[in-house]
Design a protein around this ligand. Structure first.
Ligand SMILES: [Ca+2]
Ligand SMILES: [Ca+2]
Ligand SMILES: [Ca+2]
Ligand SMILES: [Ca+2]
Length: 675
């Protein structure tokens, strides 16, 4: 704006001066005057340089564009044009105002260097140079006055006295490892007047590892960096302890130290490798080195026991006593015998306890290097009979237990009649083997099974029959064989004599066959029932419980009967008549009378018989209070008396096991179970 204004003015003057120039030739050399301004003032207008008020309109040109900024004192040539002709004059910029200086009191750490500009705030139009009159001594703790001189470009000077406090502590801090952050900062906090905030920094530096690190913290809000050097000048110390070792064993260097004290990490090593190959008391040299390399050497003792740390023993070469002696070598060490009670090939770790209660681990390797010895034996079997591999071994011995298998899993064919070569492999626990060869002879089976318990039977119209109850078959080879029954000829609702055929076939096809007669009869139960009812009337009373009623029947049969042989075991009606009339009979008669009395008294009941061939025994099962029980009125052997009234399966089994073998042997699958 300023320049445009001048330009417009000059164009106006140009025309006017062209007219005037000839007439008025003023001595223009003196038309311009020099000017002086104070630094910082604005540049004068061109007109200000005119000596003559009427010439002001004829001046043009630029006033020293190179000094647009008036902050630099000096004399500057100014060229202006009067009516197009250039003339020169001088503009003087002077600085006569001294700098304004404000002192800034400072504090610093010992050795911390502050800049000179940190001590003052200076205001001056011109550039100011600072210099010390009394420079600070940053190495001198305490308060001091620093004197600073500020000189501006006009040569004006201002002096300032600034108080400086040098705290008696440096930011280069060296501490012993293990010092706490509180202790590190306590010195700073004590020496410094100001708020020190260091807790955030404390989380980030490590006072246990020697080395240097920068730790920034806040002092009155400004970040200050402490150069922290952590040193470890103290060698570790430790307390030693004696260590027990097995012969040839080892121990860790740290085993010999009860406790280690140092502020940095300590590594422990043997100063020289100890030799534990012979029993006795040994001195062990230990070297403790901390993180700074400080070393402490210590001596400790090792008690080396004669018992070996590692040993190998062949199975079968020791007895329990000699094994114990071998392992302990006479040392007073405690070994729990259960650990070596059943040695087997392989490695076992034994725990040995010293008299001082230390546990020492002993490694024992049991080996089985020798194969088994043995002798084969030939075997002869009937067709269908099978044998385990061990059946072909007459004798075998080894220091470890043996497994006996058919070699390569080749089981002989027991269903091929004739002679076979059989190979059996004996393997010990060490994996050693012995192969034996024997001969197997398979004989043909020509003997049929034997059928037991298939007897003639009598039933009465309205009754049912269980053909297979009490019937079994036994074969010389197959042992128990299934019995089949053909009862197709029986007309159970029609009085008559019918053939029932039982067959049993063994695996060789030998067949046993037995045909019995089932008689279906029409009985006149009236007289039998009348006899029973008369007895029941004399022994039963109103209000008796079921148990009391059953007991009355049991007691009546037992009291009124005596035991004699009785041949027929087929017709219970005939047997009951016989018993009631003659007051004697065998177990079948007792069973038959009990059956009639129980039935007439309203008890559900079943026949039950022993399943031992050629040793028949009959008794009753009766349902009392909703449960089945054994009910046997027939007398037992005098030496083994039994009140066989309402007995459970468990109770009759106990009698058979502990008193009379197989007395109550029966096929439980055919009868209801008792409680
Ligand atoms: Ca000045
Ligand atoms: Ca140390
Ligand atoms: Ca062996
Ligand atoms: Ca047979």
């Amino acid at each position: 704006m300023y320049m445009k204004k001048i330009l417009r003015f000059v164009l106006l003057l140009l025309g006017s001066l062209l007219l005037l120039s000839a007439a008025a030739m003023v001595p223009l050399m003196t038309a311009l005057k020099p000017l002086t301004i104070e630094a910082g003032e604005s540049l004068p207008e061109p007109a200000a340089f005119s000596r003559f008020p009427f010439l002001t309109f004829a001046l043009d040109g630029e006033v020293a564009p190179q000094i647009a900024d008036t902050s630099v004192p000096g004399e500057y040539e100014i060229t202006l044009r009067v009516m197009g002709i250039p003339y020169q004059t001088v503009l003087t910029i002077s600085d006569t105002v001294s700098p304004a200086v404000e002192a800034v009191a400072r504090s610093c750490f010992l050795g911390e260097e502050l800049e000179i500009g940190d001590f003052v705030r200076v205001k001056d139009v011109t550039q100011t140079t600072l210099s010390y009159v009394f420079p600070p001594d940053f190495s001198l703790p305490g308060e001091q006055i620093v004197e600073i001189c500020a000189v501006d470009l006009g040569g004006n000077q201002t002096l300032a006295e600034v108080p400086l406090t040098v705290w008696g502590i440096s930011l280069d801090v060296t501490v012993e490892a293990g010092t706490s952050p509180e202790d590190v900062f306590a010195q700073i906090v004590d020496a410094v007047a100001g708020d020190v905030i260091w807790e955030d920094a404390a989380e980030q530096f490590d006072l246990h590892q020697p080395g240097e690190q920068d730790v920034p913290f806040l002092l009155d809000g400004r970040e200050v960096v402490m150069h922290l050097t952590v040193v470890d000048t103290v060698a570790p110390h430790a307390t030693v302890q004696m260590v027990s070792v097995l012969r040839g064993g080892s121990a860790e260097p740290t085993d010999f130290l009860r406790s280690i004290h140092d502020m940095t990490d300590v590594t422990v090593s043997f100063a020289e490798l100890p030799d534990f190959s012979n029993p006795g008391l040994k001195t062990v040299h230990l070297r403790l080195t901390d993180a700074a390399g400080n070393v402490t050497e210590l001596s400790a003792s090792a008690r080396v026991y004669a018992a070996p740390a590692v040993c190998t023993l062949e199975m079968g070469t020791f007895t329990p006593e000699s094994l114990r002696e071998f392992l302990l070598c006479g040392e007073k060490l405690t070994l729990d015998d259960t650990q070596i009670a059943h040695p087997t090939p392989g490695e076992v770790k034994l725990s040995l306890i010293t008299p001082r209660g230390e546990e020492l681990m002993q490694t024992v390797i049991f080996t089985d290097s020798y194969p088994p010895v043995g002798r084969p034996q030939n075997r002869t079997v009937y067709f269908g009979e099978t044998l385990e591999a061990r059946a072909f071994v007459a004798y075998a011995a080894d220091s470890t237990s043996l497994t006996m298998t058919y070699t390569d899993g080749n089981i002989p064919d027991f269903e091929e009649v004739g002679a076979h070569s059989v190979s059996v492999t004996l393997t010990d626990m060490g994996g050693n083997t012995l192969e034996l060869t024997a001969q197997l002879t398979v004989l043909p089976d020509t003997e049929p099974p034997v059928i037991y318990g298939a007897e003639n039977k009598v039933i009465y119209l309205g009754e049912t029959v269980s053909y297979l109850r009490g019937v079994s078959a036994w074969d010389n080879c197959d042992q128990s064989v299934e019995v089949k029954v053909d009862s197709s000829k029986v007309r159970i609702r029609q009085v008559g004599e019918y053939s029932v055929t039982y067959t049993a076939t063994d695996r060789s096809g030998n067949v046993a066959e037995k045909t019995v007669t089932l008689s279906v009869r029409e009985a006149n139960f009236d007289s039998l029932n009348a006899i029973a009812d008369e007895i029941l009337q004399s022994i039963l009373r109103d209000g008796m419980t079921e148990v009391q009623r059953a007991r009355a029947i049991y007691d009546w049969v037992e009291a009124n009967m005596s035991y004699t042989a009785y041949a027929d075991k087929t017709d219970y009606v005939a047997a009951a008549f016989y018993g009631f009339r003659n007051k004697r009979g065998d177990c079948f008669v007792y069973y038959a009378m009990s059956r009639v009395l129980l039935t007439r008294a309203g008890f559900e009941n079943l026949e039950i018989q022993r399943n031992i061939p050629n040793k028949p025994h009959f008794w009753n099962l009766v349902k009392v209070d909703g449960n089945w029980y054994h009910f046997d009125t027939c007398p037992h052997y005098a030496a083994h008396p039994l009140d066989a009234f309402l007995l459970t399966d468990r109770e009759v089994r106990e009698y058979s096991e502990n008193h009379v073998a197989d007395y109550y042997s029966f096929d439980a699958s055919l009868y209801p179970a008792t409680p």
